[in-house]
Design a protein around this ligand. Structure first.
Ligand SMILES: Cc1ncc(COP(=O)(O)O)c(C=O)c1O
Length: 366
């Protein structure tokens, strides 16, 4: 049976998502006792004790379906953000909200504009949905080319995704650039700002998109509990947008898309939001240390506003990745993102993990 003949051409041409390798797999394969993962932009600090306690409490009810409307969580987050509860949608990771947006908005022949060198899921999701992606190359400085993205919009464009700050470059577009871009986008085109890393940003001219929602009903924010809140393994993210737009998106999500433990954990994160600033500060200290060390090794470092750093090694980043792996450090080569063969992304770990990564790199570089 030739199953390939049954599938849509967009599916056949798409390669599956290739995640950072799990620690256990590398340990098994290389016989290493200690392996450090600096590959998936996770928070190395782990969940707060209050979050673990909330999960423990919720566990006794898992014979029941979760609240399909995420009611309590929605109320809590709406109050925290100061938005109408009808302007929120939760997903099985913000990944699912990206998928919902694309599926809900785009018909065959229509398109989605995003940066070519951004989160790989934009490529994958648009590829399997009528091949509707319209990627635009980065501008100089490894930033989104917002001018180019506005120019790429045509009468068939339904959605533009701006990843700010951007994965995998760690760069950001500032308030002025973002305002100019918003003014250039027709009001009938939805602008999704993926703010997966916004809590880490320290740049003063970073655009706060949340207050812009009231003047720009075509704006949707995508956020996640996977990064600074340490819930990557539970899968929960959210979208914020105009209630009428969000109401349509709700129709396309699965009925019980956010599980009970994720809802409980996310509520505990909101109750403990005061921890975010300290977490961001500890990340920034390590980020700055790593940037200086990597530059000291002669690597070209792209200044980052996130919990990861893009560096360019002189040769093949695949070889550096392999050499690091042999020393028990997992990082991500970025050639699949089209950022050049030397491009390597290193997530910020705990201080000892970062030191180990630098020591291993020193060995490899010499
Ligand atoms: C830019 C960006 N958006 C979204 C996500 C997905 O987040 P989630 O774990 O909430 O699906 C990631 C995860 O790496 C990301 O880098």
């Amino acid at each position: 049976m030739d199953f390939k003949s049954l599938f849509r051409p967009g599916i056949l041409a798409t390669r599956p998502y290739s995640p950072g390798r799990p620690i256990e797999e590398v340990q098994r394969e290389l016989g290493l006792e200690k392996v450090i993962k600096l590959a998936s932009n996770e928070n190395p600090e782990g969940p707060l004790p209050a979050v673990l306690a909330a999960i423990q409490t919720a566990m006794k009810d898992i014979n029941r379906y979760p609240d399909a409307a995420c009611h309590e969580l929605t109320m809590k987050l709406a109050a925290h953000l100061g938005v109408d509860s009808a302007s929120l949608i939760f997903g099985n990771g913000s990944n699912e909200v990206i998928d919902i947006l694309i599926r809900a908005l785009v018909s065959p022949g229509e398109n989605v504009v995003f940066s070519h060198h951004s989160f790989i899921v934009y490529h994958l999701t648009t590829a399997v949905h009528f091949e509707c992606g319209r990627p635009v190359p980065l501008a100089t400085g490894d930033k989104h080319d917002l001018e180019g993205m506005a120019e790429a919009i045509d009468e068939k464009t339904k959605l533009v995704i701006v990843c700010n700050p951007n994965n995998p470059t760690g760069t950001y577009n500032n308030l002025e650039e973002f305002r100019t871009f918003l003014a250039a986008v027709p009001p009938t085109v939805i602008v999704a700002v993926d703010e997966a890393y916004y809590e880490y940003v320290s740049a003063k001219d970073y655009p706060q998109a949340l207050p812009m929602l009231k003047d720009h009903p075509n704006l949707v924010l995508l956020r996640t509990f996977s990064k600074i809140h340490s819930l990557a393994g539970l899968r929960i993210g959210y979208g914020v947008g105009h209630p009428d737009l969000i109401a349509e998106l709700h129709k396309t999500r699965e009925p019980f898309n956010v599980n009970m433990l994720s809802q409980a954990a996310a509520m505990a994160c909101i109750d403990n939001w005061h921890e975010v600033a300290a977490r961001a500060e500890r990340n920034r200290e390590q980020l700055e240390w790593m940037e200086a060390e990597l530059a000291g090794l002669g690597l070209a470092v792209v200044p980052s506003q996130t919990n990861f750093i893009l560096v360019r090694t002189p040769g093949d980043a695949g070889k550096v990745t392999e050499a690091l792996l042999q020393r028990g450090v997992i990082v991500r080569p970025m050639h699949a993102f089209g950022l050049g063969e030397g491009a390597l992304r290193i997530s910020i770990g705990l201080p000892a993990e970062n030191q180990k990564c630098i020591e291993a790199l020193k060995e490899i570089m010499s």
